[in-house]
Write a protein of this length. Structure first.
Ligand SMILES: C[S@@+](CC[C@H](N)C(=O)[O-])C[C@H]1O[C@@H](n2cnc3c(N)ncnc32)[C@H](O)[C@@H]1O
Ligand code: SF4
Length: 378
């Protein structure tokens, strides 16, 4: 089973924390739609002979396109691929786009999962982030989507944001649980390069939340999510039983995916490819019949490091027997040595020969994963 990802590189406004590739000029929207279809046709052989169980519209803001435009992209996918009957078809949407009219039309398409960026329900946080909606508008947008029959909804939230007190974070979570949705993605704020937040931080206009406080927010999140029946199945992702995101899981379970659109990444088990993050150059190249991507052939050690990065993120963990089978005795012994260290410090646990991060380990997962990487001697 494989997936197709479409990157929709437009947003109506720039959020001050976000470094995803996008343009706030929507001028090239129609040209882009045409080129997404052309690229799909050009690269339809990339995944080999496989059927699809996920299609994901991410961004940027996919909801800048009307439902019938999104449906026309699904039609193109159906032309070239066999689609699983239970395929998960997700649209990332901004709350301000989810009007009655939009949802009514969307409910007639094959999109069966919504991922909505809430970030916070507190208006002062939303202003700081430069979002286009209030907290109440976001809450109402989810309720409206439910009234149109959407029963697989995920929301994005960010914690560790300057000014987000513990009390406010608790209120955010309470409202999210009230919504009775199926999936939550809760991200720790990252100060990505070239964002307004990072510039403000450097100028001293923003003060980073200290680690202890954001750790407390993270711990509260995982405790409350569990109490409300969510499975914490990946560092930032929580789902009700049966609603683990199939799309995200294909990244973490080393499945193949084809990424269409500027900046989109693809992976076919042997190569990683990524498209240029420039709308104009992308459109020009696709119109000339070239796909504008860079390729990297993966060495054995790259594949091992990818495996560490993807498996340790999840609650399925890293299967040591699989390491031995796929990567040989040396890398297996390397993993045993590292695992012992983190078992002793109580950052991981071992179940059925799988190494799984516990709550303490998840919070410092980046450090642990880098320590497991195999670095070639110069
Ligand atoms: C690709 S964005 C698209 C979502 C959609 N455009 C929206 O804003 O509603 C997916 C999510 O990534 C998260 N995100 C983006 N930049 C982030 C950052 N610097 N730190 C933490 N989370 C971030 C936000 O929660 C956002 O909703
Ligand atoms: S968070 Fe969403 S709306 Fe905001 S800039 Fe990023 S992709 Fe665009």
């Amino acid at each position: 089973m494989s997936g197709v990802y479409f990157h929709i590189p437009f947003c109506k406004q720039l959020c001050h924390y976000c470094a995803f590739h996008k343009s706030i000029s929507l001028q090239a929207k129609d040209d882009m739609l045409e080129c997404l279809k052309l690229e799909l046709k050009l690269r339809k052989g990339y995944l080999g002979d496989t059927s699809l169980n996920t299609i994901y519209f991410g961004g940027g803001t996919p909801s800048v396109y009307q439902p019938k435009e999104i449906e026309s992209l699904i039609d193109e996918v159906v032309k070239y691929f066999t689609i699983d009957a239970n395929a998960e078809i997700t649209l990332e949407a901004n709350p301000d786009d989810l009007t009655e009219k939009y949802l009514q039309e969307l409910s007639k398409t094959r999109v069966n999962r919504l991922s909505v960026g809430i970030q916070s329900f507190h208006d002062e946080d939303l202003i700081l982030m430069n979002r286009r909606h209030t907290g109440k508008e976001a809450f109402d947008a989810i309720r409206r989507a439910q009234s149109f029959g959407f029963d697989n909804i995920s929301v994005d939230q960010i914690y560790g944001v300057p000014g987000l007190s513990m009390e406010k974070w608790k209120e955010n979570l309470e409202l999210v649980f009230d919504l009775d949705i199926q999936h939550i993605s809760s991200y720790h704020l990252m100060y990505d390069p070239n964002t307004i937040f990072t510039k403000k931080l450097e100028k001293g206009q923003l003060v980073e939340m200290d680690e202890e406080e954001s750790f407390e927010q993270f711990n509260y999140l995982i405790d409350e999510a569990r109490k409300h029946g969510f499975i914490h199945y990946e560092i930032s992702n929580f789902s009700k039983e049966g609603y683990i995101s199939k799309h995200n899981s294909s990244y973490w379970k080393q499945k193949k995916y084809l990424g269409i659109g500027p900046s989109a990444h693809s992976y076919n088990l042997e190569q990683r490819e990524w498209n240029i993050a420039n709308n104009y150059k992308y459109i020009k190249a696709i119109r000339e019949g070239k796909s504008f991507s860079e390729k990297e052939e993966l060495s054995e050690h790259d594949r091992f490091n990818d495996f560490v990065l993807t498996s340790l993120r999840t609650y399925w963990g890293m299967d040591l027997e699989l390491v031995r089978k796929d990567f040989g005795e040396d890398l297996y012994q390397h993993c045993i040595t590292k695992s012992k260290k983190y078992l002793l410090s109580d950052h991981v646990r071992q179940e059925n020969n799988c190494i799984i991060l516990n709550d303490k380990g998840v919070f410092v997962s980046n450090d642990i994963m880098s320590d497991f990487f195999w670095i070639e001697e110069e």
